[in-house]
Design a protein around this ligand. Sequence first.
Ligand code: B1M
Length: 220
Amino acid sequence: MRVSEERKTEILDAIRHAVIQYDEDHCASWCKTALQEGLDAYEATMKGLAAGMDAASELYTRREYFVPELLLCSDALYAGLDILRPHIRTDYEVAKGKLLLGVVEGDIHDIGKNLVKTMFEAAGWEVVDLGKDVKLDTFVEEQKKIKADLVGLSALMTTSMMAIEKAIGMLKAADPAVKVLVGGAPLSLEIAKKFGADGYAEDAVCAVQEAGHLIKKQTV
Ligand code: B1M
């Protein structure tokens, strides 16, 4: 079924609003509607759910929302993501492998990391998810055990971002051949290069594409 642009905008707006208003039930039911009416699940995730989180972050910056509201917004986002996740497909061919993924220590922001995980799984990768606020030693120890093709590090704060540089140093000291992909709002390609990362991606789709290149080449 092909949905009109007007209806599509209406549905995406409703999902976005449900996240902003931290309305889990509406968020889940609008995500179901999106699928029933043929919207692309990834588009609904990014232009509905993630856009809602961006809008909530504006409210936080303007001091209209505080940490409790952000937590409730993320609950609504996850209620929607549970519906959309099984339907997210990647329409491009990439090399597949095993990814060790986590948010570095000191940082509990995991929404972006979870979207990255979703896209890798949709592309056929095996993902070992260490979660959030992960001790740097844990990345090294786990990589020794599972020998993933790629280690993915995420950070959302300028403070926790510094742990990424340290983690890369530790991972490369343990195994100079290890490949590390980094991402998260405060990072950039320049910072990633400076930190010694092999790759950088600004969003979840780019992350899968970059990973496909990385497991075939050596550096950024
Ligand atoms: Co907080 N927070 N927060 N927060 N929070 C930010 C990050 C902040 C920028 C808000 C602000 O001040 N404007 C600010 C950091 C400032 C700085 O940089 N120093 C901040 C702060 C200060 C804090 C606290 C310290 C607040 C407090 O307690 N006083 C605290 C942190 C505690 C800690 O971590 N130790 C805190 C807490 C929280 C909540 C728990 C309430 C909640 C997180 C809930 C959760 O994640 N489960 C929260 C939220 C939601 C945010 C904002 C509003 C939104 C983040 C988000 O989920 N975005 C955020 C403001 C902002 O980012 N503008 C903010 C949506 C998500 C889809 O995008 O995560 O960027 P993002 O992920 C993208 C890309 O970055 C990329 O792909 C993803 C999908 O496309 N990507 C990768 C991410 N990881 C990747 C890895 C890759 C590749 C790509 O490869 C491996």
